[in-house]
Unconditional design. Sequence first.
Lengths: 138, 92
Amino acid sequence: MRAAQATIQNDLVEKGNSISLLLIDDNPLVLEMIKKLLKKTHYELLLADDPFDALCSLVENKPSVVFIDAAMSKLNGYQFCALVKAQAKYQYIPLVVVLEYANKVEQAKALAAGADAVLVKPFGENELLNIVEVTGGK
Amino acid sequence: MNPLYEATKVLGFYCDNLVLMLEQAPENYCNAEVKNEKELAIIDAKKYSAQLALLEPFYSPMGIKKRYPSFQNSVACLGRKASRIIRNKLFY
């Protein structure tokens, strides 16, 4: 498992691009948990507990991949995806919607709103790395 | 409901609120009695105008610009007005 993770990370680093991840969740504890999960990686982590701050961060930093919690109070993950994907300038940024539980309806809703992938809680380091590889390591 | 429609509405309210707070910022500055509060008013004004500028790509093709035909001009004017008042207060 560890070897697989190291290979993925090395592949990403070898591509010569610094990979930045924008993590959006209105629960700071979840952000802290993801930060700990990715502590050993070389990714630049951008954390936002407010979706509007996150939109600003997206414009400023143009992250490689964005992880958005589906159930945020001010602006939910689906709305966030719809806003970003409506702008041609930012359509290329991969968006991953994070769901509380596996639910086909919610997954379909996320993809219809413009999400590139869906991640279901609880997830581990390996799942995060895989999804970054698939979406952002292009 | 269409998520883009909902998101546009929510963003509209958020930006309306930012504009109101930006309008309020020079007054907050003038009313502040402590230096620290004045500095906070300046920081807030800068934060609101920076946020509006960064959110611009998301609201400009949608409803907000229709509601505020000269939205960007208004923001720029407010920013100038705020900095003029603040400058006058700081140096004169």
